[in-house]
Design a protein around this ligand. Sequence first.
Ligand code: GLU
Length: 474
Amino acid sequence: MTQVVIVKTRFAPSPTGSLHLGGARTALFNWLFARSKNGEFVLRIEDTDKERSKPEYVEEIIESLKWLGLDWDGEPYFQSQKTALYQEKIETLLSEDKAYRCYCTKEVLDTKRSEMMKAGEKPMYDRTCRDLEGQESSRPHVVRFKTPLTGAASFVDTLRGVVEVGNDELDDLIIRRTDGSVTYNLVVVVDDAEMGITSVIRGDDHIANTPKQVNLYKGLGYEPPEFTHVSMILGKDKKRLSKRHGAESLLEYRDEGYLPAALVNMLARLGWGYGDQELFTREELVEKFTLSKITMSPAVFDKEKLDWLNAQHIKTMDNNELARLALPFVQKRHPHATQEDAEKLIPLLKERSRTLVEMAEGMDFYFTREIRYEQKAEKKFLTEKGLKPLERVMELIENCSDLDTETLDREFRKLAENLGLKLKEIAQPVRVALTGKTVSPGVFEMINVLGRRESLNRLKAASDIMRSIESTVK
Ligand code: GLU
């Protein structure tokens, strides 16, 4: 039985830069819509602009999508490989008198344009060449589409309903440049139609192009798809998102230790909602995503919210998977670290890390054999007064039958009581002895993973410092 494809979406980036949050969100919405409808999602690289398109950007876009887990069906399409099809369509339009060659020079057009602007008119091509007899293909020319002179171009936008623009507002748009290269509005229509795209979901910066494209659909004898124009993403200051608001490209977020699951969650919530729910797994998003819940007002990106989401996803993620994602960050700091090390340490850091970078930093204590004490920590906690309690802790660790956290907790509490001290008062110098810092994973958990020998070595080194203060004081 052949399966009828009900929904087919596409992500159509121009490889003229890295993939940013806006583009990634467009990709995600297209992916979610297709997956939620058991449809298809394709990737089309719009590389017709030879000057600005770069293979390294293609790679980066692909890497970013893979990192986010937005898989596409089939191989990516490249518009640069489909020139023959576009030229064929242009020739058809020319032969059907739906397009014409325009010989007006740039200078003439520029002069007319500034005159129109001076007169307070909307600058449009005055159609000098539209009905010229004897079209010569050998003279330098562009090809323009014959926009209907009357009537209107209308389309249905999922969020806005019917959008209609009078054809008198629309120019005879250029579909092929003097150098023979084809333009965006033409190729996007040919491709969307030929590829059977049923839903075009893209940024609302393209909404002014849609009426022009609708006329092209008609001219080429195609049925237009359904359109959804998604609002812009702004920063918290309500300005267009830029470097000031955080990382620019998606891979920067990856390198800063964000989880793909958190990015996907955050991107989904930018302009889409499901009641008050903030946390979503990918599966839940696929299940709940609908185009009608996309909001029309601009979405606001908040870096702090991303940090929060990342921490939540870190907390709920499976330990092995988390270790796999954290390992490269750990290895950057400690090249010999293994997956097992990471797995062992994850439970100590999972509840307290906002990013994988923070998580890797929190693991330093395990890999660093020579502790460097933060000056303030050393001064405050490795004191003469602390020596006796610390020695008692060493005895405790030496003699404790089992170094599991429950036993350690019980024994530490008993010791504190015996010494007439608070638990914190004996635990904090131990923390400094084990890590050199005042902030770290739980003391008992650290003793547990470091083991008896290593813990004692570190406590001994700290006690030597305490002793040396004692002797200088005397
Ligand atoms: N290549 C266009 C862009 O990156 C795609 C526009 C569209 O989705 O039609 O903006």
